[in-house]
Design a protein around this ligand. Structure first.
Ligand code: MG
Length: 387
């Protein structure tokens, strides 16, 4: 199997490299934004024939380093470079592990070239999910979920017939601020928000986990991937992150998928689907596992989940609005320009201010991209944030 990896220097990207090496899969091309030190090491290790670095200055530095080291590898840059890697004719599958809506064009490029896609880039599925799924269907390619909850649901769905499904139940760790009061939540710092209790992840998703925006994004992601309505998707807090999600059938039977908190498991399942391969990683030891507990989400203190549900019910471009507002809010929080509770406040304000015109607009790429740009602009104006 030959694989191309976008977002190769991030958390999912580096773990995908690890899984590919364990499986003996060849990585033919890589793409990242600007972390060329790590990319240089990956080139030495994996010997891809082509890479893309979206930031032009970083691409130039990488070319010089490769030349000095006598390593041969084509270095592309910009958005076009990412799309070329997504279309890599030597690869059979593209792993899309970029963060944010900026991953949309590479996703569409990979689909149009006929590659199956292991998709970790949830923002694309949220903002443009209907478009992406429609394109994938047209091209007859598979979209394989990498997100642990969606991988779990995908695995659980194999236990019954789709027409027998009652609902899915997505688990949430609750993040580092589970149990906090609203007053306490107002005081939290960036450093505290970056301390996730069970998963080690990149910055954006860690903040999203703390606000529960991540769970909101995942509700919309699940609606798209599994063609579900908002009322067919439940969320429950499960602080141990051992049960990755569940599926409830019409007869009342509930099937869960359990595993360690290691993203390499869902990554591997996407890469080997529909088969399973042995893994050298430590499995789940139930003798060593503490009690598994479940509790309701505190939606009054953490409004993110209800905002996502509202966006999903509204449909059309509302999920794109929700996502763009959140991306800017997270950047602003990380830059010290917005307090923690301000993230949900900003998303709420933009979601309710934006009037939705018709329901099929989210099948039109230009409309989605225009909305994304417009909301980012609006969000920055509200924050009086110039960059
Ligand atoms: Mg997840």
């Amino acid at each position: 199997m030959q694989i191309s990896i976008l977002g190769c220097t991030g958390s999912i990207g580096t773990q995908t490299v690890d899984v590919c090496q364990q499986l003996g899969y060849r990585v033919t091309s890589l793409a990242c934004h600007s972390q060329i030190d790590l990319l240089f090491e990956q080139i030495k290790q994996l010997q891809p024939y082509m890479v893309a670095v979206s930031q032009p200055a970083a691409a130039l530095r990488l070319r010089q380093r490769l030349e000095a080291a006598g390593l041969e590898c084509k270095v592309l840059t910009g958005e076009a470079g990412l799309e070329t890697v997504a279309r890599d004719p030597q690869a059979q599958m593209t792993v899309q592990a970029m963060v944010g809506m900026c991953g949309i064009k590479p996703v569409l490029a990979a689909i149009d070239s006929g590659h199956d896609i292991a998709l970790a880039n949830k923002e694309v599925l949220v903002a443009a999910g209907r478009l992406v799924l429609a394109r994938a269907r047209q091209q007859g390619i598979r979209l394989l979920p990498v997100d642990s909850e969606h991988s779990a649901i995908w695995q659980c769905l194999r236990s019954g017939h789709r027409s027998e499904l009652k609902r899915i139940i997505i688990t949430a760790s609750g993040g580092p601020f589970r149990g906090y009061s609203e007053a306490r939540l107002k005081e939290v710092t960036l450093a505290q928000a970056l301390q996730h209790p069970t998963w080690k992840m990149g910055g954006k998703i860690t903040i999203d986990s703390a606000t529960l925006m991540n769970k909101g994004l995942e509700v919309i992601e699940a609606a798209r991937l599994f063609d579900l309505t908002e009322d067919q998707i439940a969320v429950v807090v499960h602080p141990q992150s051992i049960v990755h999600s569940l599926v409830e059938w019409q007869d009342g039977s509930v099937i869960a998928q359990l595993g360690t908190t290691d993203m390499r498991l869902p990554i591997q399942y996407a890469l080997t689907y529909p088969r399973r391969q042995p893994s050298a990683r430590a499995g789940l030891d139930l003798n060593q596992t503490s009690a598994l507990t479940f509790e309701a989400v505190d939606t009054a203190t953490f409004p993110a989940l209800d905002l996502a549900r509202e966006a999903l019910r509204r449909g059309g471009l509302a999920p794109a609005v929700f996502n763009a507002a959140n991306e800017v809010a997270v950047q602003a929080f990380m830059a010290g320009k917005l307090d923690f509770c301000g993230i949900s406040r900003l998303v709420s304000r933009l979601l309710y201010e934006y009037s939705i015109l018709s329901t099929d607009e989210d099948l039109d790429l230009e409309r989605i991209l225009d909305t994304d740009r417009h909301i980012r602009q609006q969000a920055k104006e509200l924050l009086e944030w110039k960059d």
